[in-house]
Design a binder for this molecule. Structure first.
Ligand code: G1P
Length: 275
């Protein structure tokens, strides 16, 4: 029912310099697959086959990745190496890719608003590809799309984090409805541990209803002087309803070097086919 997923992929990747000097951070591989492709596969598996990318300068490798490489197809076709192209061929068969450029970096909220032209007036998913989420069963976006059918409002993915880490995240508080599902009544972006309403941190998976765009237009810059999606969601929670969902699966913070290395080891041990 939700057909589109937005990928804000315009960020600089400063923590991975110099690797990210001329290469988008979303193209860094976890073993043999770029980070962004994991997110795209998760979205497509959830039925969100239109992948809308909010890109920026220096991100052309992402657009090229989700297109045919004619020379490569020509060279490899009919050889034993075709197996290496299988996953990206499947993505290209099933997905449609649309792009818009974010010209100025004014925060996640601004990136989402820049994607409005690609989304239109319908509910949509959001993947922050720095957060790699893996699950044996249905992926996190599939789990959230299922919940959307029930609640018909915006949903954020959450995870418990140590209190000393809450300042890195958007943090929610709310009424627990049933196992792992909360109705949000408070949301704060990157709070100090001393004022954080809980240790339930927002992870980079969202389902958003399109009224978020009008709210974002009216949302002033918040933490770090940036337009924060968390602030807009707080308004949406006050005006109507936002749910938070403690998802099933593992999440790796691939925006940090230790998380990236942990994900690499995990994927190599558990998902990489050595054949
Ligand atoms: C963004 C969001 C934050 C969320 C985090 C998840 O922050 O603003 O609310 O908790 O992603 O990764 P960023 O990591 O871009 O600073």
């Amino acid at each position: 029912m939700i057909k589109k997923c937005l990928f804000p992929v315009a960020g600089y990747g400063t923590r991975f310099l110099p690797a990210t000097k001329s290469m988008p951070k979303e193209m860094l591989p976890i073993v043999n697959k770029p980070l962004v492709q994991y997110g795209v596969e998760e979205a497509i598996a959830a039925g969100m086959t239109t992948c809308a990318m909010v890109t920026g300068r220096g991100k052309r490798a992402i657009a090229d990745h989700f297109d045919i490489s004619f020379e490569l197809e020509h060279q490899i076709s009919g050889t034993g190496k075709e197996v290496y192209l299988e996953s990206i061929r499947e993505v290209l068969d099933r997905g449609v890719f649309t792009m818009v450029r974010q010209r100025e970096m004014k925060g996640l909220g601004h990136a989402i608003l820049t994607g409005e032209v690609l989304i239109g007036h319908e509910p949509f998913g959001v993947v922050l590809s720095d957060d790699l989420c893996l699950n044996e069963g249905p992926g996190v976006l599939s789990q959230m799309a299922e919940l959307y059918r029930q609640f018909r409002c915006s949903i954020v993915a959450i995870q418990e984090v140590p209190m000393e880490d809450v300042h890195k995240y958007g943090v929610i508080a709310g009424e627990s409805l049933k196992d792992g599902i909360y109705r949000v009544d408070e949301m704060v972006e990157k709070p100090d541990a001393s004022v954080a309403p809980s240790n339930l941190a927002i992870i980079g998976r969202y389902i958003l209803t399109p009224d978020i765009f009008d709210i974002l237009r009216e949302t002033p810059p918040g933490a770090n002087g940036e337009v924060q999606l968390t602030d807009a969601l707080q308004t949406q929670a006050r005006q109507g309803c936002v749910m938070a969902y403690r998802f099933k699966g593992r999440r790796f913070d691939c925006g940090s070097v230790p998380g990236f290395v942990e994900a690499t080891n995990f994927v190599y041990e558990n998902h990489y086919s050595r054949s």
